[in-house]
Design a protein around this ligand. Structure first.
Ligand code: ADP
Ligand code: ZN
Length: 744
């Protein structure tokens, strides 16, 4: 060991470290002689003293300069990673995101890393993969051996295994029990082969033949160049075959030896989507979504980072997954709100994905039947290339819309008499029906018949929802719950009425009307149970008549071949919201729900129940293509100087006392105006109470700042946040910046 000190002229090495902290800055640490031979590189985790604790930080930069005196700097205590945990490109993405969203970089970094890496766990060693294959015996005599009727599960498993040379054990156990697998093994029909990380077998890449593209699909496919950065928007009606284009683009990418990152909005969609990818490709597919255990998440993350997984399929935070050989990014249902994180680090995964693709110099494909106005605007500005698919793939026809005027109808549990007739007819014809109501629970309110008292949440400006099955009142905003009310707390009257309709009530009524038809409710209450979605799919796939009653969970991405009638019970709820995005959301939601029907051979019908059947927006939406509707909305946005024509940033603050939140934002506005006075370039509005002022016992306020130029806004907010951190009032509020807000 050498004890010689470095010559005094050589400056000591300093590292800038990001730490999980609400402060928008990094921290400097000294790299002592102990680590001179192998100093921590950028992207490595280090252990450091922080206040009174020892914490884990990530090295952002190596330098020899610090704004602090050398003897004030504390030393790095230990180096956790010998090799960078994050590749440089991803690193740059975090720095970009922290600047763009004005969020502390440490918080952004650590909150998107797998939990186990946050606490200092090292990367797992290359995983031994458990794969199953059919034995010689199985191939020759498997079917014969499993002929008996009650062995149908084992037969299905055999068929599954015969379809692909090697099947992951984890994949099998999603659909079959350990018992089934064991019995098939004991009979000598299948055997376990454990191997290390799989190399992609390009000769046997496909497990099924790609579909022959129709001319519009082919045109889109030809346009997508798999080399270098470019953004495409596939604007294709529901069922137009967007997914088939993704699959074929991914095939090209894998053949170049690269990986595909595919983002989808929700976990509830993953079983079906996942299956489509696994059915097509004989490669490892790593899943990343909130339903994983910490260990599973770390494994998927590692498979992406090492290149073992050729396809990474994930929800929002998957945009931060390191890729060894990045090849393409695909964002399905790009308009979906779930891509925007709604608290803490409020990033848009879609927008960051575009930045990431640019930094990695790879193509990115966004797809939707109802593209966001932002993306359409980017097509107009030639930033994105617009690919349009106007017709459904295969034989399916677009649905036919009709309106039902609620003012002139008898309505029971949300269902109008004519709607009920239409459902009856469909069921009589052995068809399947989807009833859409975007309100879970039995009824959205409980009222006193005598005095009109309405039960409200003690923590929120919101009514309590009646949940009859669980016999309780529930707040959908803070999860406050209590028992049902039998007496009015205000006048002691004994007639409490459940007012309005939720999915639970409509379900009960429909089941009463159709006692011999399965009525399945699909909302957050029913799908909490494991396998609930699978049961729903099994019922729908069986083709037998059934009625699905559900919320927006049913609207997204599902492919139901046999649904011929969609009934929207309440088309009005989105018409009168003060949020400027509500009309866009309404159009997207209704178009997406309507897209669930008539995907098979039979044409579909959509019934819209409304109190305003002549509303001009509903008229355009039901009688013209979505592109006309979005054109209309864009005109309105332009006129009212709203996104995507203006840029918007909200400073949000909440506090236990309303005046603290409001006063903080009042000061924020003063600080901001001192940096950038209100005028042509920048406008201020507020502070204003949020749409729901009180939520979870916190009073919420917003300051809205808008501008025509991104660079002005970015400069302003960058200065402003530094001022805000120093305000003494900041200690009494929780505050944050929301760039490109999706919710007001
Ligand atoms: P989207 O993603 O646009 O909703 P999908 O890719 O799910 O559409 O396709 C809808 C249906 O049409 C699927 O059943 C799919 O198998 C089928 N399909 C897609 N492309 C073709 C094609 N070129 N020929 C025949 N059927 C197709
Ligand atoms: Zn509440």
């Amino acid at each position: 060991m050498s004890h010689s000190k470095p010559s005094t002229s050589a400056k000591p090495l300093i590292v800038r470290v990001a730490v999980l902290s609400p402060l928008r800055r990094t921290f400097d640490y000294l790299v002592t002689e102990e680590f001179a031979a192998a100093p921590p590189q950028c992207g490595c985790r280090v252990s450091i003293p922080f206040g009174k604790r020892e914490v884990i930080g990530l090295v952002i930069e190596q330098t020899h300069k610090s704004d602090f005196a050398l003897d004030k700097l504390k030393p790095v205590l230990a180096i956790i990673d010998a090799q960078p945990l994050l590749p440089e490109s991803l690193f740059k993405l975090f720095i970009w995101a922290a600047n763009y969203y004005h969020h502390p970089i440490g918080d952004a970094l650590f909150n998107t890393l797998p939990v186990l890496l946050r606490v200092g766990r090292s990367l797992p060693p290359p995983r031994v993969t458990k794969l199953w294959k059919v034995t010689e015996v199985g191939i020759e005599r498997g079917h014969e051996m499993l002929r008996e009727g009650r062995m149908h599960k084992q037969r299905a498993l055999l068929d599954e295994l015969l379809r692909r040379p090697l099947t992951l054990q984890g994949q099998i156990l999603k659909f079959y029990t350990r018992g089934t697998l064991k019995r098939v093994e004991e009979k000598g029909i299948a055997e376990l082969v454990a191997i290390g990380p799989q190399a992609v077998d390009l000769d046997n890449l496909l497990l099924e033949q790609p579909l022959k593209l129709n001319p519009s699909q082919q045109q889109a496919m030809d346009a997508i160049d798999c080399h270098g950065f470019n953004t495409w928007l596939i604007d294709g009606v529901t069922g137009s075959g967007k997914t088939e284009i993704y699959l074929q683009a991914i095939e090209k990418i894998i053949r170049y030896g690269r990986q595909a990152l595919v983002m989808i909005p929700e976990i509830s969609l993953t079983p079906q989507t996942e299956k489509r990818f696994r059915d097509r490709f004989n490669v490892q597919v790593a899943m990343l979504h909130s339903g994983l255990t910490d260990q599973e998440r770390l494994e998927s993350w590692t498979q992406a980072a090492t290149g073992d997984a050729a396809i990474i399929l994930g929800t929002r935070s998957a945009v931060f997954t390191p890729l060894k050989h990045p090849g393409i990014i695909i964002i399905d249902e790009e308009h979906d709100q779930s891509y925007k994180q709604q608290d803490g680090f409020r990033y848009s995964a879609r927008d960051l994905a575009v930045i990431r693709a640019k930094q990695e110099n790879i193509p990115i494909v966004l797809g939707s039947a109802t593209p966001s106005l932002e993306s359409l605007h980017n097509c107009d500005k030639k930033r994105y290339q617009h690919l349009i698919l106007n017709t459904r793939a295969g034989d399916a026809k677009p649905p036919h819309w009709s309106m039902i005027d609620l003012k002139t109808e008898q309505v029971e549990s949300g269902v109008a008499a004519s709607t009920l007739n239409a459902i009856r007819e469909a069921i009589a014809n052995q068809q399947q029906v989807l009833v859409f109501l975007n309100r879970r629970g039995f009824a959205p309110a409980v009222l006193c018949h005598y005095c009109g008292f309405c039960a409200e949440c003690p923590n929120c400006d919101a009514r309590l929802t009646v949940h009859r099955r669980h016999q309780r009142l529930l707040c959908h905003h803070c999860n406050y719950k209590r028992g049902l009310l039998h007496w009015c707390p205000s006048c002691r009257g004994n007639r409490m009425v459940a007012a309005g309709d939720g999915t639970e009530r409509s379900e009960a009524w429909l089941q009463e009307c159709f006692p011999n038809t399965p009525v399945l409710r699909v909302d957050r209450d029913t799908t909490r149970k494991k396998n609930a979605m699978q049961t729903m799919y099994d019922t729908v796939d069986s083709g037998a008549p059934c009625i699905l009653v559900g919320t927006q969970m049913l609207a997204k991405g599902h492919h139901f071949a046999n649904i011929t009638l969609v009934a929207v019970l309440d088309a009005d709820s989105g018409l009168f919201s003060p949020d400027f995005r509500s009309h866009e959301r309404l159009g997207q939601l209704l178009t997406q729900v309507a897209g669930r029907c008539g995907r098979g051979k039979m044409a579909g019908r959509v019934i819209l129940q409304s109190h305003q059947p002549d509303h001009p927006l509903l008229e355009v939406l039901t009688q013209q293509p979505y592109s006309e509707y979005s054109k209309l909305l864009r005109k309105q946005r332009k006129k009212s100087e709203l996104p995507p024509f203006k840029q918007l940033v909200l400073i949000r603050a909440d506090a236990a006392h309303a005046q603290n939140a409001e006063a903080f934002l009042q000061s924020a506005r003063q600080c901001a105006e001192a940096i950038f006075p209100s005028g042509e370039k920048i406008n201020y509005l507020g502070p204003l109470p949020a749409l729901m002022e009180r939520r979870n016992s916190r009073h919420r306020y917003v300051l809205q700042i808008s501008g025509g130029r991104r660079s002005d806004l970015n400069f302003l907010i960058g200065q402003l946040v530094l001022d805000l951190e120093k305000l003494p009032m900041a200690r009494h509020v929780r505050w944050g910046v929301d760039v490109d807000p999706q919710e007001m």
